[in-house]
Design a protein around this ligand. Structure first.
Ligand code: CP
Length: 314
């Protein structure tokens, strides 16, 4: 696998949070916290990436990740190229590797890549030249490291930096979710006190993903006393037919309603990476309610992505 750290232990690419040292994660979270005002456009842009060209190379759809990387890069004064696979020579059969090498030949130094295949971004990082940095913006079911970082920043702002006292419940389609895998790596590295995972057996992986977690199918029981509920989107685009009997049944058993949320700690917070299937995994009342941090996650995404781009290319 491609090394994401150089021989001095510095980030060269950001491909996964798995085995990423706690010190690097904390440094990125600290930096994002410091530059949050710039990220939200409340203070002037920083010029740390002036003269650097960054390409968002997305082979799968995105709203939050792509837009927030674009805004993050612009707030660091980088030039941004948005590559649209649907109108590019990808349609004529050009490979992702050739696409990257051609854009690199035009002077692009940073690539933010989303791809449907597991490991595709690491393979592209292998092909990249010296001085070119890649960020994994989501590959298959494997990893979405900046989502994991923004989720940890959001939890830290709400609950403090000591995760050892936190009980966190992750709910839903873990099997198909790169966000779930990434958040689980980050929660373990940051020392979360208890990680609970809940979903129908058909949507829970049976490999090492859930090692060390309290796992079950009874949502109401697992909700008791938790400090944070991390809801997951049903990944219907990655799912075989029949894994969920019906959306109504799924909502009945695993949909987060206000009535259910009352079982969690009184000050529990609710996260969801988006896009939300409203009325399926979460009701409007909860998604838009006072315990929801969904839009704070989105705001934090800009700050985290600025911190990552600065660390890689600044
Ligand atoms: N959370 C997330 O990755 O959203 P997008 O697919 O819209 O980027």
């Amino acid at each position: 696998m491609t090394e994401q750290l150089d021989s001095d232990g510095r980030l060269r690419h950001l491909l996964t949070l798995e085995n990423l040292p706690r010190e690097i994660i904390c440094r990125l979270l600290d930096r994002a916290g410091q530059i949050r005002d710039t990220a939200l456009g409340r203070t002037q842009r920083r010029n740390s990436l002036d003269g650097t060209t960054i390409c968002t190379l997305f082979f799968e759809p995105s709203t939050r990740t792509r837009s927030s990387f674009q805004i993050a890069a612009q707030r660091l004064c980088a030039d941004v190229l948005n590559f649209d696979a649907s109108t590019s020579s990808t349609r004529k059969g050009e490979t992702a590797r050739d696409t990257l090498k051609n854009l690199e030949a035009m002077g692009v130094r940073g690539f933010v890549v989303r791809h449907s295949d597991d490991g595709a971004v690491a393979a592209l990082a292998e092909a990249a030249g010296e001085g070119t940095a890649l960020v994994n913006a989501g590959d298959g079911r494997s990893a979405h490291p900046t989502q994991g970082l923004l989720d940890m920043l959001t939890l830290r702002q709400a609950k403090g930096a000591d995760f050892s006292r936190l009980k966190v419940l992750m709910v839903g389609d873990v099997a198909h979710s790169r966000v779930a895998r990434t958040d689980l790596h980050a929660l373990r590295t940051l020392g979360a006190g208890e990680i609970r995972v809940c979903g129908p057996r058909s949507l829970l992986p049976d490999d090492a993903t859930l090692d060390g977690c309290v796992v079950g199918e009874d949502f109401d029981a697992l909700l008791e006393g938790v400090d944070a509920v991390m809801m997951l989107r049903l990944q219907r685009e990655r799912m075989e037919e029949g894994l969920v009997s019906s959306l109504d049944d799924y909502h009945r058993d695993y949909g987060l309603t206000a009535q259910r949320l009352a079982r969690a700690a009184a000050d529990a917070v609710v996260l969801h990476p988006g896009p939300i299937n409203r009325g399926v995994e979460i009701t409007d009342e909860v998604a838009d309610g006072p315990q929801s941090l969904v839009l704070r996650q989105v705001s934090n995404g800009v700050a985290i992505r600025m911190a990552v781009l600065e660390a890689l290319l600044g």
